[in-house]
Write a protein that binds this ligand. Sequence first.
Ligand code: FAD
Length: 423
Amino acid sequence: MSPSEQQHLIIVGAGQAAAQAVQTARQGGFDGSITLIGRERYPPYQRPPLSKKYLAGELARERLWLRPESFYRDKDVRLELGVAVERVDRDRARVHLSDGRALDYGYLLLATGSRPRRLEVPGAELRGIHYLRAIDDVDGIAADFAPGRKLVLIGAGYIGLEVAAVAAQRGLDVTVLEAADRIMGRVVGAEISAFYARYHAERGVHIRCNTPVTGFAGGGRVEGVETPAGRVPCDVAVVGIGVVPNVELAEQAGLACDDGILVDAFARTEDPRVLAAGDCTRHPHPLFDYRVRLESVQNAIEQAKAAASNLTSAPRRYDEVPWFWSDQYDLKLQIAGLARGYDESVVRGSVEQRAFSVLYLREGRLIAVEAVNSPRDFMAGRKLIAAGLAASRDDFADAADLAALAARAESARDKDNNKDDKD
Ligand code: FAD
């Protein structure tokens, strides 16, 4: 692709990736017209505070906006909000909107995100059962929150546990039901799961693992959650059992999808005019020997930068170490890398002092770090994962200076890169 004044970029989905793509495209000199089309009636906003400060009532709605309205005006971006793209006609390079209009594109960026996985059980349609993805969802949940009410959270992933923390602090009676044998089992190791389970329990949250939900009970409004061990009474339920990528538009357009729109390291689909970024994609990554689908702000931002760079003269590869965070009570959990296929783990710091990290190693190389209130280990860990330095177990041990090791690894990598440049 080459830059052209004549080109019209249409971005489908007005979320985290979309806002970043606008910024990167304009910064890189793309001077074609840009239209941002979003199903929600809000300008692009941050989702992380939804299950944290916004739900707690500590953040005004306007503070969620990723950019002020003037940004889109200044960048000459047409915002089409409250309208969805229903069909993509790649032969004509045209999108069809839910209000009947059709728009032609030069480039199309699919940034359609993901949506909550639905729990398909009897009673799922009762009032008082919520999902959490968007501002309107949180407003609905918040209206149902009142001290003393019984809240059941279904799924002990990040979102469920963040909601549990907010609700427990608001004085609700909180129960978390998890089908697996430990909480956050999909995203963190056993030490961190056990620590968080204890922390929640100490704050009055009832956590029940190995407890799949088989249905909801109630007449009109939810009154209980059915499990094989019996009914758990409730006034409100929030379901957080993961997300599914929004790929339907891409599938309809005949683009390859497999649990995500398949893109290369430059966020390109097989159609040179169509890019995709964020939660809706699955992409190759130099750190992994499989395609990954990531659900994080960092992924949306970095992949959107790669996608938009195709419109300028300097395409850039997306190969950052993945990272993520979660806030629960006074605990900041930061994770870098993916702890899959490790052969050793090392715990650093003090679990009792609520400041510790778990490092995951494979063949002497750091592949992931999970840090609780330990930003230094998290930062050093990210650098070490990127550098791929092999070291002894002692180098990673509690007493070792991880930041110094990371600095050594970075300078060794820089030397290697300089040598490669000279060669
Ligand atoms: P989104 O931000 O979801 O935007 C996609 C948009 O596209 C949506 O508004 C959708 O309505 C719209 N859309 C879809 N299809 C169409 C269509 N056909 N036409 C028009 N519009 C369409 N990540 C972290 O890293 N840290 C966290 O702490 C964290 N906390 C989170 C808490 C919550 C409650 C949630 C929901 C997510 C959290 N995430 C967190 C994940 C993070 O917010 C997402 O990974 C990120 O928003 C993905 O950005 P995106 O642009 O791919 O998708």
